[in-house]
Design a protein. Structure first.
Length: 631
């Protein structure tokens, strides 16, 4: 009996060892294949088609140096986990690119060649404490030939954009030329005199270029194309339109053909440009009020988009503050909830300011895909811009939300069709001059539809790039310092960076994060907060009505009355206090119910997470034992 038990014991032990050996052997054999199935909701570990196309199209060898201080004892756990995810992504890149991609993993320790290499590549260490005794490195450098692009620090906050940042760096080192950005505007955004008379009289200084232009010149070759552009050169990576007021059909035709050739267009339109208003001569405005709106009617119509230049977006929830303590309904302060974060251009933005904004409607034309970048809340409405000019827009006077979110900025991608099917539009003749001749069509004729994928971004406000709206100038020790007031400049820079890059970048989605919040809990809290807000508004309304009655009775007091409050007024106050107590009790009850619902949901989730798997294992074991005993 004892010998039998020993045999069973050794047989079981040998079986466990054999299974372990088989698992190790299988893992060693199939590890080079890196085969796996991505079952995550957002496909966290599946490369986008744009990235695959880029990697498969490599002709020269690209080297990626990944710097990671893996031996630092104080390295936070979330950095270690993120570094593992970066390594997994790099392995995916290597599997697709093959021999055309070299990956080197370096551990920059003090006074080592790896640390010197990191410094040469522009990878900087981050201190873990205030003393700076120990630094960590978590960055990478991408190089091809004599070009190198670095991501100095891989922040977990940009996890959603990790694939986009890495692929953009690879695309960047493939090209040795500085991207060209064309600029068109009816405003003096490149600098100069707003008023020609002041220039002639010599009693005014020229205005500097807008900050957005100065910042773009740091990275790109900025070319002013002009409002009368006849053709957009092929070497222009992206065209930036800022308030293209009263643009001629011939210029819009040039933009139309540029987009059809696969060009990338960014248009900041406006129903009422404050910057344009301030640049006009006040004396001339008295005789002939200038047009302050800008749009691209033929192009928008061909793309299936409408932009109403006669109406502004008013938003009760997003209304910004004014100097007098009030709130301006046409000054919109967009937070993260209104900035759609699934796009690389907006995912890291949290604060935008828009002034006198229009909205986009309509269904995109066939072959185009629309992505909303910025939107209003559902507590918004459209109002005539004439009311704003007359100072008649006020929340307290007839504001009625239509319950719909408005698209404030959109992106169109796909294959576009021309807005001019009959070819070059007839040029308009100036007074006393002959109409200019239409240019000869290129070889093969004018394009009727896109030869390849194109992209257009439309924004319903140009004032968001106006210096007073996006930056603050301060003088310090004889120098002018510019401090951003919001993320408006970052939004414009992101758009230019995205649109001036290779078209394959449009196919790279924003990767989902590994953080998974309890959405049902969040939705329950939002719903409860909405109920609280309704009850609070009802209470405030009751207060206003009772105060109105008290003031009315106070005016009706007789001259001889000495009491501050009459008996009727005291009854009203007593009624108000009673209503106030009841409302507070209702709020307290609602909060208790909310907390009860949230706790119940959390307990159920914890029970499933902690107890479900052990329960399934136990049930499986009991079922196996039962079947074995029965057999």
């Amino acid at each position: 009996m004892k010998s039998k038990k020993l045999t069973i014991c050794f047989s079981s032990l040998a079986g466990i060892v054999l299974i372990a050996a088989i698992l190790i052997l299988v893992n060693i054999i199939f590890k080079p294949l890196n085969a796996r199935m991505d079952c995550t909701a957002d496909k966290l570990y599946t490369l986008s088609e744009g990235t695959k196309e880029t990697l498969k199209g490599l002709t020269d060898t690209v080297s990626i140096r990944f710097y990671y201080s893996k031996d630092v004892a104080k390295m936070p756990v979330y950095f270690k986990n993120y570094a593992m995810r970066v390594e997994d992504l790099l392995q995916e890149y290597k599997q697709v690119a093959g021999k055309k991609l070299e990956i080197k993993k370096l551990n920059p320790k003090p006074d080592t060649d790896a640390e010197d290499s990191a410094n040469l590549d522009g990878i900087s260490g981050k201190s873990l404490d205030v003393f700076g005794d120990e630094q960590i490195y978590l960055g990478l450098a991408v190089s091809c030939g004599n070009r190198t692009e670095a991501i100095p620090f891989l922040s977990p906050d940009r996890e959603k954009l990790l694939e986009y940042d890495l692929t953009r760096a690879i695309v960047g080192v493939k090209s040795a030329k500085k991207p060209k950005v064309g600029v068109i505007s009816a405003l003096k955004i490149m600098g100069g005199y707003d008023n020609p008379m002041a220039m002639m009289q010599g009693n005014a200084r020229p205005n500097p270029a807008w900050i957005v232009i100065s910042e773009l010149k740091r990275t790109y070759e900025v070319v002013e194309l002009g409002m009368d552009v006849k053709s957009v050169p092929d070497d222009i990576s992206a065209v930036l339109l800022i308030h293209p007021k009263q643009m001629a059909d011939t210029a819009m035709f040039a933009l139309d053909q540029y987009v059809l050739r696969g060009g990338h267009l960014i248009a900041f339109l406006d129903p009422m440009s404050v910057a344009d208003m301030q640049s006009q001569n006040p004396q001339m405005q008295q005789y002939a009020p200038p047009s302050m709106d800008s749009s691209l009617p033929p192009l928008l119509k061909a793309w299936g988009v409408e932009f109403d230049t006669e109406q502004l977006v008013l938003d009760k929830l997003l209304a910004g503050g004014m100097g007098n303590g009030g709130r301006n309904p046409v000054l919109l302060m967009l937070d993260k909830d209104r900035i759609v974060g699934d796009d690389p251009t907006t995912s890291q933005l949290s604060s935008l300011m828009m002034f006198c904004t229009g909205s986009f409607t309509g269904k995109p034309a066939e072959g185009l895909t629309k992505t909303v970048l910025l939107k209003s809340s559902d507590e918004s409405q459209l109002a005539s811009k004439m009311l704003a000019l007359q100072g008649g827009i006020d929340f307290t006077k007839g504001f009625k939300s239509d319950g719909k979110e408005k698209d404030l900025a959109i992106k169109l991608t796909g294959k576009f069709k021309t807005a001019y099917p009959d070819g070059y539009p007839t040029p308009a003749a100036k007074e006393g001059e002959e109409a200019p001749k239409a240019p000869e069509p290129p070889e093969g004729g004018w394009l009727k539809e896109s030869a390849k994928e194109g992209a257009v971004v439309l924004v319903g406000d140009s004032d968001m790039l106006y210096d007073p709206v996006c930056v603050e100038r301060q003088q310090f020790m004889g120098q002018i310092l510019v401090q951003p007031l919001n993320h408006n400049l970052a939004f414009a820079q992101n758009l230019i960076e995205y649109m001036s890059g290779d078209s394959v970048l449009f196919g790279i989605r924003s990767r989902g994060g590994t953080n998974r919040p309890f959405k049902r809990v969040r939705d329950m809290e939002l719903e409860a907060n909405k109920r609280f807000q309704e009850q609070i508004e009802k209470l405030e309304k009751d207060v206003q009505e009772i105060q109105t009655e008290i003031n009315k009775l106070q005016h009706e007091r007789k001259p001889g009355d000495k009491e501050l409050l009459s008996a009727e007024q005291r009854e009203l106050l007593k009624s108000f206090r009673k209503k106030e107590v009841e409302a507070k009790k209702a709020l307290q009850t609602a909060r208790k119910q909310l907390r009860k619902d949230v706790d119940s949901l959390e307990n159920r989730v914890m029970l499933v997470n902690i107890g479900l798997m052990p329960l399934l294992v136990a049930i499986g074991g009991l079922a196996y034992a039962f079947l074995r005993r029965r057999s």
